[in-house]
Design a protein around this ligand. Structure first.
Ligand code: YSA
Length: 347
């Protein structure tokens, strides 16, 4: 039996030395150390031996068992280490490879120009407010001194919104300009007021290179005691210098809007030809950029302000047109076609 144990030990250790993977090692364990292994049978049979042999054989059998257990544990540790190293080698990442470029989004040119215009007015102390695009006729026209049937309504080709819930037809419009926000702001606040209102406006107009039926406007309003036309000119000239450059000259000429008196149109000298006349300025040397004026006393009265105490100025411009002038874009429709070759030029 002692010989059998020695032979078993030698055989098991030789086999163990040849094992190269963990599955095979498990098979080996079952064969040599498992419940039904030869060694286990010997151990179980020890009780049947003569008492004198029992001790010696038991001692040797237990030694064989602990040698096999120790050696197989060492082999297992070795094989696990090899497997780990192989896995690490398989998953190796070459950190020196250049990364794939990340596609970055960017702001739309209209967002950029709007931010630039808004920043110019913020620097002058203006708040930014926004208002509804679906508007009451009362704010879009009536309270801006444009009563029903007034010929000035023809200037704004209006989309009327179908109404329900007992609201009479013709009372709700898609705002044709951002000017109704003048009324909403004056009703909600008391002077001094200085606000700038970017937002969408809608007109029932045929689309061409300079017109869309859905476009943006940026409205401005300042109301306080002692505001004069000089404040209007100073403010709008500061804006033109901030957005178009400090060397720009400005020109104010009389214009008519029912909600201002006097009304003005503001132009800047053409940046392309420096005022000498070219295709962009239609040979006039000047480019018109916005409507403006002193808030009409009737408009002030309409919101409960005393025109003897308060005066103010207002203005409205189209950021698409400002962007077109600044960047030399010749068709307003380019802003909406989503052509990346166009959009990626503005960062
Ligand atoms: C005037 C005086 C004030 O005290 C305050 C505001 C105004 C502006 C007035 N509410 C208004 O809407 N004037 S406007 O009809 O001449 O439009 C102003 C600007 O909006 C235009 O200069 C143009 O840049 C832009 N715009 C108008 N219709 C457009 C358009 N842009 C693109 N497509 C259209 N269909």
């Amino acid at each position: 039996m002692i010989e059998q144990l020695e032979e078993l030990k030698t055989r098991a250790l030789e086999e163990l030395a040849r094992i190269q993977d963990l599955d095979r090692l498990e098979e080996w364990r079952i064969t040599y150390l498992g419940k039904r292994s030869e060694l286990n049978q010997i151990l179980r049979g020890i009780g049947t031996l003569a008492p004198a042999d029992r001790r010696t054989v038991g001692q040797i059998a237990n030694d064989v068992k602990s040698v096999l257990e120790g050696e197989s544990a060492a082999r297992r540790a070795q094989l696990e280490q090899i497997a780990r190293e192989a896995e690490i080698a398989r998953e190796r990442v070459d950190v020196t490879l250049p990364p794939r470029p990340i596609a970055r989004g960017q702001c739309h040119p209209l967002s950029l120009i709007t931010e630039e215009i808004v920043a110019a007015f913020r620097a002058l102390g203006y708040d930014v407010v926004e208002g509804p695009e679906v508007e009451w006729d009362k704010y879009n026209f009536e309270m801006l001194n444009i009563p029903a049937e007034h010929p000035a309504r023809d200037v704004w080709d209006t989309f009327y919104v179908k109404t329900t819930d007992g609201i009479p037809q013709g009372q709700v419009v898609l705002r044709t300009h951002t000017s109704p926000m003048q009324i909403r702001v004056m009703q909600a606040r008391r002077p001094p007021i200085r606000v700038i209102v970017p937002g969408r406006a809608y007109r029932y107009e045929a689309t061409d290179a300079t017109h869309e039926s859905e476009f943006y406007q940026i409205e401005g309003l300042a109301v306080d005691e002692h505001i004069t036309m000089a404040d209007l000119k100073g403010t709008l000239t500061a804006f033109a210098h901030a957005v178009f450059g400090p060397e720009r000259r400005t020109r104010f000429r009389v214009d008519f809007f029912p909600f201002v008196e006097p009304g003005a149109e503001m132009a800047i000298d053409c940046h392309a030809c420096r005022g000498s006349g070219c295709r962009i300025c239609k040979n006039t040397g000047w480019i018109e950029i916005m409507g403006a004026g002193m808030v009409h006393p009737k408009v002030l009265e309409g919101v409960g302000y005393d025109p003897a105490k308060y005066t103010g100025f207002a203005f409205g411009m189209g950021p698409e047109r400002v962007a077109m002038l600044k960047y030399g874009i010749d068709d307003i429709r380019l802003f909406k076609t989503n052509d990346l070759r166009f959009l990626q030029q503005f960062r």
